[in-house]
Design a protein around this ligand. Structure first.
Ligand SMILES: NC(=O)c1ccc[n+]([C@@H]2O[C@H](COP(=O)([O-])OP(=O)(O)OC[C@H]3O[C@@H](n4cnc5c(N)ncnc54)[C@H](OP(=O)(O)O)[C@@H]3O)[C@@H](O)[C@H]2O)c1
Length: 336
């Protein structure tokens, strides 16, 4: 089978097209013919050696993929050959809180990833995705989609009439915008690009702010909410954005701590949390039960993930390069 391998964690030159024998599923596993995979910022960090240190090389990259089941282990009962499925990011996290032994089996990091024609996944580590989605659209769900769902809906408790704040227009934030609107909530999104903010409005953004031009964007968020502040924020940026996000939240609001897209730092000022009675959650993608709930919501609302660009497997390096420019809005996908 054709696949891509990380052969060195030295940046994009550490990625190589490769051939491997097609793997066989064990009794509790399934073999999936992967049809599409998508890139997350974490995958770019892994290539730089700055994440999941010590992963064995060569390693097939990427956590987010979708395909159809072509072979099944004797003990697998919950899915069947022909089912269109995604793999779960943490193959062994089914429900409840996450424990280290579940985090130790993450696709494209501590476990082999999905940038391959055939992937062996745990029978308990796949979910069927909604019928109205293409493989490329479904390939955006396991990390970016589920992280946004977990942060806003499961941990944040976002309800109709609330306001969600999304930082930047990367994969997680664009899903956050879509989930907020689908839930009947307002969605305020920031970006460094006016063009991307216009695109966000076509997806239903109810308020926008250009964080590169407007350093007082947290005050803009408060104005846009009539002085009340946002109910929930997906904090994907870190750095000085963390303070802005704390300022933009209403009393009793929720911050989902997700990432550091703008770089390191982003310490939490305890005074804000105490005085405003804020709730704060650390988000680790999400578990399978959350993934299934998200898929029901996507099926019910007809939500379509935003695939910004699609590349073929042989052009995987170009896909990574494109992703690293940060010019994308939503997701960069590789088809197989
Ligand atoms: N904890 C978890 O489970 C989890 C899961 C998924 C992702 N993450 C993390 O969350 C972050 C986002 O991931 P992603 O895959 O969505 O990334 P992504 O698609 O690469 O996001 C790219 C966008 O981030 C925005 N950005 C950069 N600096 C910013 C800043 N200072 N303020 C606001 N936005 C800024 C830019 O938006 P504009 O171009 O619009 O300015 C950029 O286009 C990453 O740090 C990632 O590692 C964590």
């Amino acid at each position: 089978m054709k696949c891509v391998e990380i052969v060195a964690t030295t940046g994009i030159d550490g990625l190589k097209l490769a051939e491997r024998p097609t793997p066989k599923p064990g009794p509790h596993q399934v073999l999936v013919r992967i049809r599409a995979a998508s890139i997350n910022y974490r995958d770019a960090m892994i290539l730089q050696g700055g994440y999941a240190r010590g992963i064995p090389l060569p390693r097939i990259p990427l956590s987010d993929g979708a395909g159809e089941i072509v072979e099944i282990g004797a003990e697998v009962k919950r899915v069947k050959i022909g089912d269109r499925v995604c793999g779960t990011f943490f193959q062994r996290w089914i429900a409840g809180p996450v424990f280290p032994e579940m985090q130790d089996h993450a696709l494209g990091g501590t476990a082999e990833g999905v940038l391959t024609e055939y992937a062996v996944l745990e029978g308990e580590g796949v979910v069927k995705f909604p019928d109205h989605l293409s493989f490329a659209e479904a390939a955006t769900l396991p990390c970016a989609g589920l992280t946004a769902w977990h942060g806003l809906i499961e941990a944040g408790g976002l309800r109709a009439g609330d306001t969600a704040l999304l930082l930047g227009t990367g994969g997680v934030s664009v899903f956050g915008l879509q989930f907020a609107r689908a839930a009947g909530a307002y969605a305020i999104i920031t970006s460094s690009s006016d063009e991307k903010l216009e695109r966000a409005k076509t997806l239903g953004a109810t308020g926008t702010a250009n964080y590169a031009k407007n350093h007082e964007w947290s005050a803009t968020v408060r104005e846009l909410t009539g002085g009340r502040g946002a109910d929930c924020v997906l904090e994907v940026a870190g750095g000085s954005s963390t303070k802005g996000a704390l300022e933009a939240l209403r009393h009793g609001g929720h911050m989902a701590i997700i990432g550091g897209r703008s770089g390191p730092g982003g310490e939490l000022d305890r005074r804000f949390i105490l005085q405003k009675g804020l709730r704060v959650s650390g988000i680790n993608v999400g578990n399978r039960v959350m993934f299934e709930a998200m898929n029901r919501a996507i099926a019910a609302t007809g939500l379509k993930p935003i695939v910004d660009k699609t590349y073929e497997l042989k052009d995987s390096v170009a896909a990574y390069r494109d992703f690293l420019t940060g010019k994308h809005f939503g997701k960069v996908v590789i088809t197989l």
